[in-house]
Each structure stands twice: as C-alpha cells, then as structure tokens.
Design a binder for this molecule. Structure first.
Ligand code: 0X9
Ligand code: ZN
Length: 416
C-alpha cells in the first residue's frame, strides 16, 4: 500500500517537474470590428485554454490570442459565430521556444556574461555581483523579497553621488525575456562604452537598474512554463500568482485588470498583496527624492508609453512627455528602421490600472516616466530570438540618449 502510494507520489513528482509543452499551440491575430466583439474577447480573458498575448482594447485594435490544440475547435466556432476576423501569427509556439535561445553557452567562472543570449536568474545575479566586484562605481542593491523568498537585486551605478537619478525596471512580466536581457546590455554599455555621448549619459546620472522585478516568475519561465507572466504567490486559490503590473496601490482595480485569480491580468487580492510590488514600492520611495526618471521595460508591440493607464485624460505634464516620446522614437528608428508609436498608456495600448509606472507618476511626481514595449510586432512576440538582443539594445540606448537630451532641453531635472 505504502509502496503504491510512494510510486504514485513519485509519478506525480515527475509530472510536476516536467515542463509545460506548447506543441501546436497557435497564436492568432484578431480584429474586433464592433464593441460586441470586443466584449466577447474580454469574456474570453477569464477562461482557461485561451491566453492573451495582447489583450483586447478598442474596436479596430488588434488582439493576439494563444489557443491550445484542445481549444482549437471551440475557438474557430466562437470566431465564426461572432463574425470575428482572424489570422495565424504563430503556427507552433513550441517551435519558437525551441529556437529562441540557441545553447552556445560558454560558462564563465568569473561571472562575466555573454550579452547575445538569454540567461537564468542565477546567471544574471552572478553577473550583478561580478560588476560590483570589478567596477568601483557599482553597488548591488537588495531591494526586496519575493513570495518564494528570493532577493530582488538591482545595480546602482554612480560616478558621482548625488547625480540626478534614473530608475530602470525590467522583467515585471516573467515571460518578457528581452527585458532583463536589455537591462544587462545597458549595464554593460553604461560601464564599458567609449562613445562620448554614452559616457556622458552614464556619468551624469545615478542609475538604479533592476533586471528582474519578478524573479520567481522568471525562474518559473525557465523551469516549468515559458509563457508565465505573473508572480508565483499562493493564496489558497486554484491559480497561483498575480499580475505584478496591476497590483500597485494607485487606482487599483479601476479598469483593465481582473479580480479572477486565473486571469493573466489578475490584480491580486488587494493592492500590494504581492511582496514584490510592496517591497519595490518601499524601495523606490526611499530613493524617490533622488530620481527624476522612471522607465519600465516590457515586450512586445514597439510602443513607448507614458502615464496614465486608468484614464485617457491628458494629465500632469502630458505635452512634455509627448514631446520627449516623439524625439525618443525618432532616434530609435534611425539605426535599424524599427518603428515605435508613442502616447499615453490608455490611448496607445489599452486601459490598465495598478501599474508601477502610474504609481510612480502619481506618488513621486517624476517628470520623465515611460514604459517601453520592445520588439517585435507579433511575429515572435514574447519569443524574440536571442540574435535580436543586441540590435534591440542598441536602438533602445540610441533612444535613451535622445530621451534625456530632450528632457534636458525641457529643463528636466530642474536642478541640472
Ligand atoms: O499590460 C501591461 O501591463 C503592459 N503590456 S504587456 O503586454 N507587456 O503586458 C502595458 C503596460 C503599460 N501600462 C501601464 N504602465 N499602465
Ligand atoms: Zn509586460
């Protein structure tokens, strides 16, 4: 009896340690042309078997939806019945997963890292420690704890203490692997580039760079489910985790967020229910008076957005943010022709409340707050091949140079 039980448990354990496969999962691009169709897509957000890569927003704005093989029939029936147009964008998600990060790894003993591949959290954290050991301008910051007990590690770069501060957040959504990779690219450039404009940008600011705001989720995308977005908290609900970009205590649950624990945009049981957001908010506040800019990295869609997400009203310094945004995407486009769109969050992507950038804007009143959605526009989506890490990094750095040049022209930060 006991043996049967342990055999069963072993089997179960085996099952639990296996990776989720996305064989023959497809991603469709849909175009809702009526409000009824948008409403139907919103209803689908709360059902298992459909996972949105890009959620519904407005009539005539496209939506990307991943469908499991077992839900394919239901999907096509729903679309036909409701007259929704769709086309296949990704034919087999697993194939993209298998090819996004070719294993060319040369493991390094000292912690230095290759910038043209995606890394595990352990590798990222060793690199951060390596930087602190090798550069006197670098300090490692332990800024918070996750629900599984991991440290949220950041890097502070300061060539001269008291420089105006720029905060960069990556990886709040676990599956957006290009964002931590780009944060590492930036760290490397800020410390090692010999380009005079990059040197000036690096040395005139204090940098707070966090490659992973959601380490539990990121580890989970490596070990178990490549498409995981949320945190990994367990709160007696059937589904784990909450969307860490819907959990901040500003206009929490006022649009574009779900109170259904299994939804991708689950806002959590209350504002700051997640230890990640709660501790990062505390840390950001503690350095708040040193900052004038806050930038969050997401993917995908090629957008550059600024607050707010809960309303499309043009609040705070809308005109200045827009002017900075335009200069930024213009510079971004120069190198490889990559086209971005800029505007406030609610008008550019969709209504979304409880995000980090809105909380920062409202509480710290920083003049320069932006959210990037990196490459691409849907061919690979979250599974951007590793050979695009450096090109993406280059154009983002080009764009940041322009961002802070235009900010400075507008008199930000005031003291500089
Ligand atoms: O929905 C999100 O949180 C972001 N898009 S993503 O596809 N990366 O999930 C958009 C965030 C922009 N919204 C706010 N900062 N409010
Ligand atoms: Zn995101």
């Amino acid at each position: 009896m006991l043996r049967t039980l342990s055999f069963f448990l072993a089997l179960l354990g085996l099952g639990l340690s296996e990776k989720v496969t996305f064989e023959n999962h497809k991603v469709y691009r849909l175009l809702p042309e009526t409000q009824e169709q948008v409403d139907l897509l919103h209803k689908m957000e709360d059902s298992v078997g459909f996972s949105f890569w890009k959620g519904p927003s407005y009539v005539n704005k496209s939506v990307d939806l991943m469908v499991t093989p077992s839900n394919l029939a239901e999907f096509t029936e729903l679309m036909t019945l409701n007259g929704l147009k769709y086309e296949v964008y990704v034919d087999n998600v697993q194939r993209l997963i298998d090819t996004e990060n070719p294993k060319t790894r040369s493991s390094s003993k000292d912690g230095s890292i290759s910038l043209n591949e995606y890394h595990t959290l352990d590798e990222i954290y060793s690199y951060v420690e390596y930087l602190a050991k090798n550069y006197k301008e670098v300090e490692v910051v332990d800024a918070g704890r996750t629900s599984e007990g991991r440290v949220i590690k950041g890097v502070k770069i300061s060539y001269q203490e008291g420089n105006p501060g720029i905060f960069i957040e990556a990886g709040i959504h676990a599956r957006e692997w290009i964002t931590p990779a780009t944060a590492l690219y930036l760290l490397d450039q800020l410390l090692n580039s010999t380009d005079k404009n990059i040197r000036a940008l690096a040395e005139k600011h204090d940098w707070y760079i966090f490659p992973s705001f959601n380490p539990d989720g990121y580890v989970y995308t490596h070990s178990k489910n490549r498409m995981w977005r949320k945190t990994r908290s367990h709160k007696n609900t059937f589904c784990a985790g909450a969307d860490a970009n819907r959990n901040w205590d500003f206009k929490w649950m006022s649009g574009g967020a779900s109170n259904y624990p299994c939804a991708e945009t689950y806002a959590g049981s209350s504002a700051f229910s997640e230890p990640e957001t709660k501790s990062m908010a505390k840390y950001i506040k503690s350095v708040g008076n040193k900052l004038f800019a806050y930038i969050s990295f997401h993917s995908y869609s090629q957008l550059l957005m600024f607050p707010y997400g809960h309303t499309s009203a043009h609040l705070d310094n809308y005109n200045e943010e827009l002017s900075i945004g335009k200069k930024t995407i213009e510079a971004l486009r120069q190198r490889y022709g990559t086209k971005y769109v800029t505007g406030n969050i609610a008008e550019t992507i969709y209504v979304a409340s409880g995000s980090s950038s809105d909380w920062v804007k409202a509480n710290l009143k920083l003049p320069v707050v932006f959210t990037y959605e990196f490459r691409d526009t849907g061919k690979y989506g979250f599974l951007l091949p590793a050979d695009q890490i450096i090109p993406n990094g280059e154009e983002i750095l080009d764009s940041l140079l322009a961002m802070f040049q235009e900010a400075s022209r507008l008199g930000y930060p005031n003291s500089a």
